[in-house]
Structures are given as C-alpha cells and as structure tokens.
Write a new protein. Structure first.
Length: 434
C-alpha cells in the first residue's frame, strides 16, 4: 500500500513507485488515484485520502492540505467550499465555531444586522437601534446622538435645534430667507422661523428682516438678498422694478429713480441713454447715441418755421408738414405755403410731404404766397391736369408733371445732362452747343 506500478511480475516491493502527494494508492495499485475536493493526502505513500476537518475546506482535487474557513462562514467536515450562514435579517450568526451551521442571535442594541453570515455593524453617529431591531434609524427632529453604537437618541437642549439625523446640537439659527419670530426667545425649533416678506430680506441666523435698500427689490417672500434693478429700470417700490418713463434714463443698475435727459434730449421708455431730441426739436447730423448724448445742442435743433416737431424723436427726415404746407425734399427744413391750402393735406408727421407736394403741382400753383412769382393755372404746360380731378383727388400715380419735367414745381429737367429749365419759355430746352 502507498505505492503503484504499471509493471507486472515484480521481483521485490522496492520496484514499486511511491504514491505522490494529493493521491492515494491501495495495495496493487497500477495508477495513483487523486484525492477529490474536500479531501487531501499529505506527503508521499498515502494509502487513502483524508477528509478536511470541520472548520476547513479544499475546493481543488489532488490537494495536499486544507484551507481554514474564513470568519463569517462555516465549513463542516469534508467541505469542498465555504458556506454562508442563513440567519434572517435582524439576527446574526455566532461564527466562533466554523465547523458547522451556526446559531443565530438577536441583533444587539446599537447595531444593524443584515442577516446571513454578516457580523453586526455598529450604528453611526446621528442614528440608533434598539436590541433586536436590526436597522439603524436616523434620530428624530429634536433629538441627536453624537456617539456610534447607540441604542437611542438624546433630546435637544433648550436654545439649540436638531434636524433629523443630527449628530450634534446646533445653535439656534434660522435658515437664510427666514427669521425668528420671537426676537426675545431662543429658537426651540425651525418651526419658529418665518419667511421674509416681499420687500425685505433675511440673512438667516439671528438676523431680523431688513428692508431692501433704494434701487433694489425683493419681489417674493423668503429672499435672502435683494436684487438690483437693471439699467433702463428703477425701483418704483421695494417689490418691483419699472421702466424709466419717457424723457428719462438709467445708465446703471440699482437706481431708485431715473435721471431726466439733458436739454434738449429725450428718451423712449426703458432707455439706458438719451439719444433722441425732445418735442419742438429735431435730430440732425448723427445716428450715434454716444455722440448725440455727448453733444446734444449740436445735434438737436429747434423746429423750423411751420414744421411739426411735437413728437419726441423727430428727425430731419421725419419733420411733420402741417396741412397747407409742403417741402421739396426730406433733406430740407424749408417749408412752402401752398397757394390753395386745401390742395396741401400735410404729411401728418411722415417722412416726406409727398402728397402735399403733388397736390400742389396738380392744383396749378407754383410759388409761395407773397413770393411775387407768377401763379399758373391748370393750363400751364408744366402740369398734367389729368393727375387730379375737380376735387383735387388723385386719379393716377406720378408727380403731376408733364413729360420731361419733374420736381415739386415741375421745374427740374429729367434729362438734366442735356437740358435746362428756361423760366421764360416755361419748359426744358436743350443746352447750347459747347
């Protein structure tokens, strides 16, 4: 026993081969037999394999030694693997003896027990567990626990408050956006903290509500800080920002009132600068807001005679032409009085008095009253009488001039490179040869 040989008719036992470690060889063995998992054979010349003792295991065949069972698991005799304890949650296994199925015990106070073979886990600060409960729960509001492994929580002392799961008592302090309603008493609970009302802010702690500074607002409750009104607006109250009114502006945020525009400038509602001219003035020579604001009297001019500049923001191009007047171009400030005022309807403040100019031409008036110029009737060859009917109502598009003539008085030649207007002949004539 303990040896093997494939040869037959051996003369002596010394001709046999020793059985290797991890194998067994009975008398007359031809081949060594490997030990199965859970059993071992230490050294040479083993006749049989031995089972792993309780508390150890071997998961590989043909092994020489067994492995000790890890803590938290158990291994019966002949174990080929470690086994987990089957304790229910809220209990734990006594794993001091790993040779067999352990006994289960109620979870100790101040610990949680997941069951199986897990050992009890100590409760963290801010939590506690009674014996047998098996789960650590956070301390209730108004209690705390600074230590680990506690069975219960401690009551919060007067002058302190303890939120859920507290591991320490906190000094009486209301959160930002709230304040202590009883200023003469210490805070017993966060329930004693009230929200800040609109128009004020609460920094928290022991601070009481404070009104928003001029130029800032708190539009809703529970605000911890006030907000500045943006440029173009101002703090009309402590709860709302409003647009700057017409003729005023605010270039920066945080203003409690808007700034009047310098003479003779104005501004639309909600403006951050003044870049238009006020009523009775018109804008000339710039579209740059910075330039206009820097040199207001350079760019804002008094309204010319007879023109309408009643609307703030009037420009040279948008000069209003009242009924009974006309102007030749949107680039001129000169207004002409019509011979028959009923034939000049005015521009109504639009860009150019085109209708007034054309009705003047159609009516047969070519000059200003009192200018000394000859008045021409509907038979004047410069005017196309078919442009307006007897009531002066437009009947077709055009400028009211006959062919080859244009302009507010029909005294401009369309072919200006080749012709000029002759006042004596009342028409365009060819330029003399060079």
């Amino acid at each position: 026993a303990g040896t093997h040989s494939r040869r037959s008719s051996l003369a002596a036992a010394s001709e046999c081969t020793d059985c290797p470690a991890g194998h067994a060889c009975t008398t007359g063995s031809v081949e060594p037999v490997p030990c199965r998992a859970g059993s071992v054979a230490f050294g040479l010349r083993n006749e049989k394999c031995k089972l792993c003792a309780a508390g150890s295991y071997q998961d590989q065949p043909a092994s020489e030694t067994c492995t000790r069972c890890q803590a938290g698991r158990f291994c019966p005799e002949g174990a080929s693997r470690e086994l987990d304890a089957t304790c229910a949650p809220g209990t734990y296994a006594d794993m001091t003896d790993t040779s067999g199925e352990p006994d289960c015990f109620a979870c100790p106070a101040g610990s949680s027990c997941a069951g199986g073979g897990a050992a009890p886990a100590e409760c963290a600060p801010g939590t506690a567990a009674q014996r047998g409960k098996g789960v650590c729960t956070p301390c209730d509001v108004g209690t705390y626990q600074p230590s680990s492994g506690a069975a219960s929580c401690l009551a919060c002392s007067p002058g302190f408050f303890c939120p859920e799961g507290s591991s320490a008592q906190l000094p009486a302090s209301c959160p930002a956006g709230t304040y202590n309603t009883n200023i003469s008493a210490t805070l017993e609970s966060l329930n004693d903290c009230a929200g800040c009302v609109p128009g004020s802010y609460c920094a928290g702690g022991a601070a009481q509500p404070a009104e928003c500074a001029p130029g800032s607002i708190a539009s809703s409750a529970n605000m911890s800080a006030c907000e500045l009104c943006p440029a173009g607006r101002y703090a009309a109250s402590r709860t709302a920002c409003e647009e700057c009114g017409e003729g005023t502006y605010s270039v920066s945020k945080g203003l409690s009132q808007c700034i009047p525009c310098p003479h003779p400038l104005s501004a639309e509602r909600g403006s951050v600068t003044c870049a238009v001219c006020k009523a009775d003035y018109y804008l000339l020579g710039s579209e740059d807001p910075v330039d206009i604001f820097a040199f207001p009297t350079k760019h804002c001019k008094l309204c010319p005679p007879h023109a309408d500049c009643s609307a703030p923001g009037t420009t040279l191009e948008t000069l209003g032409v009242p009924p009974g007047f006309w102007r030749a171009s949107k680039l001129t400030t000169e207004l002409h009085k019509c011979v028959a005022s009923a034939h000049c309807s005015g521009s109504g403040g639009t860009a150019v008095a085109e209708r007034s100019r054309r009705l003047l031409a159609a009516s047969g008036a070519s000059g200003d009253l009192g200018s000394g110029e000859e008045e021409h009737g509907s038979g004047d060859p410069l005017f196309d009488g078919s442009w307006a009917n007897a009531e002066g109502v437009e009947t077709r598009h055009g400028d009211g001039c006959n062919a080859s003539h244009t302009g507010p008085r029909c005294e401009w030649c369309i072919m200006s490179e080749l012709q000029y207007f002759d006042h004596m002949q009342r028409g365009c004539v060819d330029c003399p040869a060079a």
